[in-house]
Ligand binder design. Sequence first.
Ligand code: FES
Length: 152
Amino acid sequence: MSTQNILEKHAPERHNILMILHDLQDHHPQNYLTEEALEATARYLKLTKASVYGVAGYYTMFSLKPRGRHIIRVCVSAVCELKKSESVIAHLESTLGIKTGQTTPCGLFTLELSECIGQCHEAPSMMIGQAVYNNLDAERIREVIESIRNQG
Ligand code: FES
């Protein structure tokens, strides 16, 4: 879907800016907002480029640089921290061969941290895209990553 098609799914009103930026980012295979997308959004909403860049830069859910096809977000809020989210991160880093904040060389995964994702009762938890994974341990992490790798 082209940038213009994505923009036109939304009324050209300023209060739609977050939905538009989400939609543009979600449709990019590298999960980020390109310069072209930000400039097109500014024109569409009749805003300055600086204000659109300001919004995109303010929210941590938006990325201005290319990321992997699957974004892994490990919860590091209080309950998950108590349930050893640092060991979840360590397992993911060793399984993927990257550090937090990095993307695998194959472009499949980016590893990020997240605030509470509302799964405290089954912590430690993470999201990959929109899917939630709970009660994580080394074995579960290996299974999840393997299954996504096998899907390509
Ligand atoms: S603290 Fe991790 S899901 Fe709530």
